[in-house]
Design a protein around this ligand. Structure first.
Ligand code: NAD
Ligand code: ZN
Length: 354
């Protein structure tokens, strides 16, 4: 049937750890928003957490919500106040809708807005549905030659870009990226574009390192959980052939964070991207006596325009290599199951709609 006659299918999660498809009404379009036909959506580890464990930290699934926050699509309705977009425009959705009024927003650090409404994170409904209304300020036009699949990768690529911008590696600066999931690979792409070299990538799973190699990151270390943190650090330094000055930690595991503390050169930077237990044990005084900078990175701010440019211009190489599975919206439940199944060897699973 014609597009607007098609049901607004959505993927829901409830507080009983169930995911299911349910039809939504066609969204009403607020004056500052556009209605987007969502054409591609990536699945992120957080969706699996909301489903399998009922939440992440203090953010709990207390009532049914629609998941999804890595999306791109086509505008099918434009709000009364919106002048920057027209029907038919192709856009990538920036999912964190900040208030634009608080101190953090005014200072440009809008990823830290305490009132942010983040798609697919309780209590805000997400983008895993056919039609969604989203504020125009948080929509970004796709170049004609940028696919919706790439448009939906701008979100994880932005996580990587934000982390790399905060560490600001320079040409020839040796770095380690711990963890070769979608986020570690996104960090590696931005670090490489910034000139970091060598780039050593670690993981526990060989297939993830194979993927890293296919994307041009040949210097990998398969971590053995039997190694203690000093052994891991020694292997990382050996693989780099010099002392890593930045370790981008993209696993969130206590073991990997500890290894990162010992791998990094004195005066270097531990850039923490991975999320894990709320409290962990660190070699605090070793960091102190060695003046190691401990820097964190949370989501992103002001990344879409630049990351879209970098993706479009080919600086990142072929980012679609991150996408290992694509399923139609009607099979969104199956798509989440594949993403949650470690034996599927997936990196990025996307839900698509024509
Ligand atoms: P992922 O689970 O797909 O990838 C993590 C990888 O780390 C896996 O391949 C795993 O095998 C590997 N790993 C686990 N323990 C390891 C160890 N000790 N040594 C080496 N490798 C190890 O997750 P992802 O989607 O790539 O996300 C990575 C992390 O980034 C997660 O913790 C996620 O919550 C976090 N994250 C942070 C932000 C942010 O804004 N800071 C945004 C998105 C995701
Ligand atoms: Zn704000």
């Amino acid at each position: 049937p014609a597009l607007l006659q098609r049901p607004n299918l959505a993927l829901w999660v409830n507080n009983e750890k169930q995911i299911y498809m349910k039809e939504e009404a066609f969204p009403t379009c607020p004056p500052d928003s556009c209605v987007v036909h969502v054409k591609a959506t990536g699945i992120c580890g957080s969706e699996i957490h909301f489903w399998k464990t009922g939440g992440i930290g203090d953010v709990r699934v207390t009532h049914p919500i629609i998941l999804g926050h890595e999306s791109a699509g086509q505008i099918i309705e434009v709000g009364a106040n919106v002048t920057s977009f027209s029907v038919g425009d192709r856009v990538s959705i920036e999912p964190g809708v900040a208030c634009w009024e608080c101190g953090m927003c005014v200072r440009g650090r809008y990823n830290l807005c305490p009132d942010v409404k983040f798609s697919g994170t309780p209590p805000t409904d997400g983008t895993m549905r056919r039609f969604v209304a989203h504020p125009a300020r948080f929509l970004h036009r796709l170049g004609d030659d940028v696919s919706y699949e790439v448009g939906a990768l701008i979100e994880p690529l932005s996580v990587g870009y934000n982390a790399v911008r905060r560490a600001a590696p320079y040409l020839g600066q040796p770095v380690v990226v711990a963890g070769a999931g979608p986020i570690g690979l996104a960090v590696a792409l931005s670090a490489r574009a910034a000139g970091a070299n060598p780039i050593v990538i670690t993981d526990l799973e060989a297939h993830r390192l194979e993927q890293a190699k296919e994307m041009g990151f040949k210097n990998t270390v398969l971590i053995d959980m039997a190694w203690d943190r000093n052994e891991v650090a020694t292997k990382l330094r050996a693989a780099a052939g010099c002392l890593p000055q930045i370790v981008f930690e993209c696993t969130g595991s206590e073991a990997s964070i500890n290894a990162a503390c010992y791998a990094v050169e004195d005066g270097g930077t531990l850039l923490q991207v991975g999320c894990g237990k709320p409290e962990i044990s660190l070699p605090f005084m070793s960091l102190g006596f060695r003046e190691v900078n401990v820097v964190t990175s949370f989501r992103y701010q002001q990344t879409w325009p630049v990351v879209l440019r970098l993706a479009q211009s080919g600086v990142f190489g072929d980012v679609t290599q991150l996408i290992t599975h694509k399923l139609p919206l009607e099979k969104a439940v199956e798509a989440l199951e594949i993403s949650a199944d470690r034996t599927s060897r997936s990196i990025k699973v996307q839900i698509v709609d024509e």
